[in-house]
Each structure stands twice: as C-alpha cells, then as structure tokens.
Design a protein around this ligand. Structure first.
Ligand code: ADP
Ligand code: MG
Length: 312
C-alpha cells in the first residue's frame, strides 16, 4: 500500500499541530467536540464561508492568507458583539489537484491567527472535489461580564464613531487586517456601547444596517470620514471619500454611544488605535451625508452584495 495523502492524513497532521486550552474537553478526533462554557452559560456563534474566485483569487492570495482571513473575518464579527472568541470549527473543500499543499497552507494561516487570539481549533470537516477552494469557519465566543453589544441599540442623539481608517482595502489589507477583538473589549469596559457592527460591506452600507436594526436615522459628516492611505492619492477628494464609504472589507468597528460617553472617548481614548467621530444618530429615518457647506445628500449606495438569480 502506498502512503497517498488523503483526508485522514491531513486531519492527522492538523490534529498533531493543534494545541488547545482547558476549556476544550474533547477536541479533534471524535464525532463531536466538547467545550466547557464559562460565564453565565451563553455561547455566541458566527460563521463565514470564503470561496475561491469570489472572496479571493486563489493564485494571487495564497492559501495561507486565505486561511488566516477565514478566521479573521469571524473574529471581526465576534469583536462587533464585544465578545471574547473561544473556539473554532473549520470546514474545508479542497481542489483535488492541489489538496495536500493547499490544506497545509490554509491551516498554517488559520492556526497562526487562532493562536494569536487564544482560539482553540476543536474540529472540522475535510473534503476534496474538482471545483475551487472553499473554506467555512464557525467561531464560538462568550460574552464578557458586561454582556453583548447588538446592532439594535443606537438611540437618537448618539454619536457615531469608527476605529482606524477606511477604504482601499482590496489592494491587500483585506487579507492582513488585525481584527479589533481587544479594542472592542476595551471600549466595552470603558463606555456604554449602544450599538456596534464591523465594517465589512463598506461603512455607507453598514451605517444603514445599524440604522435599520435600531429604527433610527444616521448622518455622516463627509469631512470627518478617515480615509485610509491605501486609497489612491491621485484621485479627487470626492472619489477618495467614495472609496472610503463603499469599498468595504475594512473590518473596523462602527459604534454608537451617548454624547457624554462620546466626549469622554474624544478626551481620553482608551485605545492605541485612532477613534474618529464620524456622525450622529437622528430621530428622523434615513441615512445622509453632510457636506462641508452644510447641505445633506443621500449616503451613497454601494458596498458588496451577493446577487441572486440571473447574472446578466
Ligand atoms: P466524522 O466522519 O465523524 O465527521 P471526520 O473523519 O470527518 O469525522 O473527522 C474526524 C475528526 O477530525 C473530527 O473530530 C473532526 O472534527 C476533525 N476534523 C476534520 N477535518 C478537520 C479540519 N479541517 N480541521 C480540524 N478538524 C478537523
Ligand atoms: Mg461522525
């Protein structure tokens, strides 16, 4: 019999490489994993699926970066809830031709960032086919002592803040970004976060999500939006702003707090990361952009949406 690499040899390698903490009572190797839940017994669950050809270009990105990103986007979701990530379950579908190498590289990237954020890999599923690479990552987390932060708690009169800077992420940052897990927990313990979301679709689109779930309106100050250096400097100011508002994959935190807490954050930000006051929550429905001359326009549409049906 030859030692042809297969699903089980890859799983065995992953299993050998996996170091888990005490909370994982039973990890890789059985029909299900067993996890000890601390806190008041609540578990958060987030899942993201990344597909070669849609979310990344397999040749250009490299499987290690893809494995890292697949967990990183979930870490960003957990950050948006102000929760602490604990354990992950990973489904991979590998193209047959490149299965062994890709499987190893994917897990290199994933295990690297899992260790950084103290997340246990506790199980998964491994398949091969003649199609492109697909990876599905499920992340479990637990609320901090202060509970979770949802999208629905924004109140009229709140101030809107964003961490970091926005736009131009597709030039490379979308693969290397650092999920704002620690920043979210630090903010959560410093002030009363009313509502929060991570900026994945583009802040213009994510502002709408917050507004809809909270049943309020929002106004963004055009001049306040922090534009990332990754946005092409040779473009006009209006074009650069449009990129910052709609490019997406920034994985920064967008949140609302009371004016009082907002002032506190401006005076004494608890973070190393820059925080920017970009707007306010309004009673009046709708999401608007306030220009330098005081006039208001609709916040641009845009941001990434997966369409259904005919591609034409
Ligand atoms: P079953 O057929 O019972 O689902 P599998 O043979 O698919 O079992 O998996 C065996 C063990 O390996 C399980 O504990 C499963 O969670 C784990 N596993 C499979 N693929 C992966 C992977 N890519 N990463 C981590 N664990 C994995
Ligand atoms: Mg089984």
């Amino acid at each position: 019999m030859t030692n042809r690499p297969d699903e089980f040899s890859l799983i065995e390698q992953i299993r050998r490489r996996t170091v888990v903490s005490d909370r994982t009572r039973l990890g890789i190797g059985d029909d299900a994993a067993l996890l000890n839940v601390s806190g008041d017994g609540e578990v958060l669950v987030a899942i993201d699926v990344l597909m070669e050809g849609v979310h990344f270009d397999g040749e250009r990105s490299g499987a290690e970066a893809v494995g890292r990103k697949a967990l990183a986007v979930n870490l960003s979701d957990m950050a948006a809830m102000a929760a602490r990530p604990t354990a992950t379950v990973v489904g991979i579908v590998l193209p047959k031709r490149r299965a062994e190498l890709l499987g190893q590289q994917l897990m290199d990237g994933l295990l690297g960032i899992a260790a950084e954020f103290d997340v246990d890999l506790i199980g998964g599923d491994t398949n091969t086919w003649d199609g492109p690479l697909v990876i599905s990552v499920t992340l479990l987390g637990e609320p901090s002592g202060r509970g979770i932060v949802t999208r629905s708690g924004a109140r009229a009169g709140d101030w809107l803040f964003v961490t970091g800077a926005l736009g131009g992420s597709l030039s490379g940052r979308h693969l290397t970004f650092q999920p704002r897990v620690d920043e979210a927990l630090t903010l959560h313990s410093a002030v009363n976060l009313h509502a929060m979301i991570d900026v994945s679709d583009g802040v213009a689109s994510d502002v709408r999500h917050l507004a809809r779930e909270s049943d309020v309106g929002m106004v963004i100050d055009a001049g306040a939006v922090p534009i990332h250096d990754d946005v092409d400097g040779s473009l006009s100011d209006a074009q650069r702003l449009h990129h910052a508002l709609t490019d997406g994959e920034d994985f920064e935190l967008l949140f609302s707090v009371s004016k009082e807490d907002g002032r506190r954050l401006l005076e004494r930000s608890p973070l190393d990361v820059p925080l920017t006051l970009i707007g306010a929550v309004t009673q009046e429905a709708g999401c608007r952009l306030r220009l330098a001359d005081g006039t208001q326009t609709e916040l641009p549409e845009g941001g990434w949406v997966h369409s259904f049906g005919d591609a034409s």
